[in-house]
Design a protein around this ligand. Structure first.
Ligand code: AP5
Ligand code: MG
Length: 224
């Protein structure tokens, strides 16, 4: 693992996936989403996917050992050599510690960490209306980025679906888990002096503009 590493932190529905995709399209970094990796494993019916399924459907975290194995396997592939954007990882202090140690062992630079700030009410609204393309993974929203044709992806014409864990009771559980287990990582990275924040409640273009302003200079200088 070398190159620039950007970590997007934020609650479920904060816009990590939306922004990570845009950032990767514009910088050439590779998008690594642990949630997407688990969903891919589930659709292929792998043992890892089956093991993760029960936790995800209840809105709970998948155990650290499974997450870490999958993550380090993914970021050791050659396509990540020039850097990657982590979306949905780390989510617990042991995960953050494991990543810090792995990066130190490789002599890699510290990651740049960006927290997407957002109120809980907006998070529930975003999750409730989210639509994901089953073919290309493009993310839309019933209210905030409505499809031109109902149920059809604007990008590739694939079928738009809702995620099982976007039902209101599961979203509430995911939020509670976030506040309990993941929110402390903001202080963890603040202590390391690598935390930046953006206002995640703005329009996607405005969130992206803030993000690029933070990340680009480090990429250009090759510091991260
Ligand atoms: P994961 O897939 O990572 O889900 P999450 O963190 O809950 O985050 P989401 O994908 O729900 O939200 P997002 O921030 O990506 O928002 P998005 O861009 O889609 O994880 C799922 C599950 O997998 C976990 O619950 C856990 O079980 C397991 N898991 C994954 N990683 C793990 C780990 N490291 N450890 C343990 N378990 C793990 O946006 C949401 C919606 O809002 C979309 O409809 C979008 O169009 C819309 N939107 C986005 N930005 C804006 C904006 N600026 N204005 C208006 N609408 C917007
Ligand atoms: Mg996501």
């Amino acid at each position: 693992m070398t190159g620039s590493i950007v970590i997007l932190l934020g609650a479920p529905g904060a816009g990590k996936g939306t922004q990570a995709k845009r950032l990767c399209d514009s910088t050439g970094l590779v998008h690594v989403s642990t949630g997407d990796l688990f969903r891919e494993n589930q659709s292929k019916g792998t043992p890892l996917g089956l093991e993760a399924k029960g936790y995800m459907e209840k809105g709970q975290l998948v155990p650290d050992d499974l997450v870490l194995r999958m993550l380090f396997d993914r970021v050791s592939r050659p396509d990540t050599r020039r850097g990657y954007v982590l979306d949905g990882f780390p989510r617990t202090e042991p995960q953050a510690e494991a990543l810090t140690k792995a990066l130190e062992a490789q002599g890699a630079a510290k990651p740049m960490v960006v927290q997407l700030d957002l109120d809980d009410d907006l998070i529930v609204e975003r999750a409730a209306g989210r639509l994901i393309c089953a073919a290309c993974g493009h993310i839309q929203h019933l209210k905030f980025s409505p499809p031109k044709r109902a149920g059809v992806c604007d990008v590739c014409g694939g079928e738009l679906r809702q995620r099982k864990d976007d039902q209101p009771d599961v979203v509430r559980e995911r939020l509670a888990v976030y506040h309990r287990q993941t929110a402390p990582l903001v202080a963890y990275y603040e202590r390391q002096g690598v935390l930046e924040r953006v206002d995640g409640s703005l329009e996607p273009d405005d969130v992206f503009a803030q993000l690029v302003e933070l990340v680009r200079p480090s990429l250009v200088r090759g510091e991260n």
